[in-house]
Design a protein around this ligand. Sequence first.
Ligand code: NAD
Length: 357
Amino acid sequence: MKQYKIGLLRGDGIGPEIVDSAVRVLEAVGKKYDISFAFTPYLIGGAAIDSCGEPLPKETIDGCLASDSVLLGAVGGPKWDTLPGHLRPEKALLGIRAAMGLFTNLRPAKLYPALKDECPLRADIVENGFDIMIVRELTGGIYFGERGYREGKYGEEAFDTEAYSRMEIERIARVAFETARKRRKKLTSIDKANVLETSRLWRKIVHEIAAEYPDVELSDMLVDNAAMQLVRNPSQFDVIVTSNMFGDILSDEASQITGSIGMLPSASLSGGSRGLYEPIHGSAPDIAGQNKANPIATILSAAMMLLYAFNETEASEAIVSAVDKVLSEGYRTADLARGGACALSTTEMTDKIIERL
Ligand code: NAD
């Protein structure tokens, strides 16, 4: 029997409820596919601040580095909002990403046919649904470049710098081509090569790497056009690869057109198989502790972990198709239930998914 060590970062708000749901699903799918998981919880965020005075204790970093993979709920909440920046729960997210060397963020944006009515786009645009994977560079570019204040031509000014090295572009491009290879083999590289020097280097190197992947169809798109195309014709995209800032903005746009924040998983990956898997939503303090949260984003994050960290394709697909079934049978948590339809609790939705594995 295969065995994997998983670090659990439950975090704050709805974090513990949704992570526990994903653990139950992993245990159930593990029984079916002969996989065993050893789960070890570590403190992060507000829970860590309350317990030991800092949002990301060393024990948590060491534990995550010693795990085969890490599943995170969410961090933050009003209780910790007035703390100074370095003590804020959110600081732990950047800290753990840096400590684990996570330079890739994978964010799927999929419109489930059963949830078409949740999509804010016109029905004819999303008739066939869409299934996009955004590969975002996570540790380079303008968010990490030189910055500061200075006296400029017109007085006080601030600046931020975008820089990308060949190494950073090559490694994210390879992740994107590999990801496309596992999907519909279509990759769109998004940049602003008509204006930015970093984008011109990006485009040149992505095309060089393309020679290693003749089975993947590569095209380029300018970021302003991509922002339009995502709402005009989202089904044209399979895999998108882009820089840190463009990816930040486009992945939020893509998540909104699925219409349901409680549904979207994500993976942050390093060069090897190690990664951090988490829903894209936050800790939802308004519904915390009420057994109301939609656990599907976290359950699908666990499915991504099975695929990307462990190559357990069948077990991963079993979870995704159980979620599909539950939704097409009409089951909804409160965030998705419309017009007074009866909403399932977090645990009831988890039970339904487990029953259909
Ligand atoms: P949020 O994503 O927590 O909540 C936004 C809205 O969506 C709320 O109404 C919430 O109830 C709802 N929602 C979110 N997830 C849901 C789910 N699974 N099921 C049902 N409804 C869900 O964003 P926010 O309110 O801006 O932030 C709340 C806290 O979370 C803040 O402290 C913020 O800093 C933190 N945050 C953490 C992360 C993270 O841990 N990765 C990400 C974003 C925000």
